[in-house]
Design a protein. Sequence first.
Length: 222
Amino acid sequence: MKHQLPELPYDYAALEPHIDARTMALHHGRHHAGYVTRLNAALEPFPELHSHSTLWLLLNPAKLPGAIRTEVRNNAGGHFNHSLFWRAMAPPSGSAPSGALAEAITRDFGSLAQLQARFVEAGARVFGGGWVWLARARQDGALRLYTTVEHDSPAMQGSFPILMSDVWEHAYYLKHENRRDEYLAGWWPIVNWQEAARRFEHSASSGERRWTEDLGYPRRAA
């Protein structure tokens, strides 16, 4: 059993003009693939860890050998976050949030426009590499914005990721150079609101065990 690079649900050019094909090819085929390769290499000498999901590895650092703990956190985090990120996007369709998710956005942010503005602002402020997230807090079920550095995620804080954007430079630099706010502001036409709604509904039905063990992320293939 090895962790595998997931196939994209669309072509590299499918998100243009918002994300260019060359950026997608490098981001998926080199950066994400590199995380998977390094994660498998770190785990190889420890067969007792081979059956565990990426999320389990992130949520149980104390159960990992000290020699590989940092390597696993970095690369399992990169693999987990990017696997969610690819499915958080879709070719432009003009869609918008609807149903329970739309109601929750209005309740917790006032409007979709206010959520978008705060999301862009939060992502633009991340120092160095990291992520900006819309996630559902386990304690009260509210939607909140989170930012994380490197490849940490709200899942490691007990919250359920609904929507996320990568703000590492490799996600946008070829097209936008250092204009991260421009990248984030122009990202919304490719948000996969259907996937975000699915994740929101999934989070509502998840019990205590599934909050920590199942975030809608597929287990690895053999």
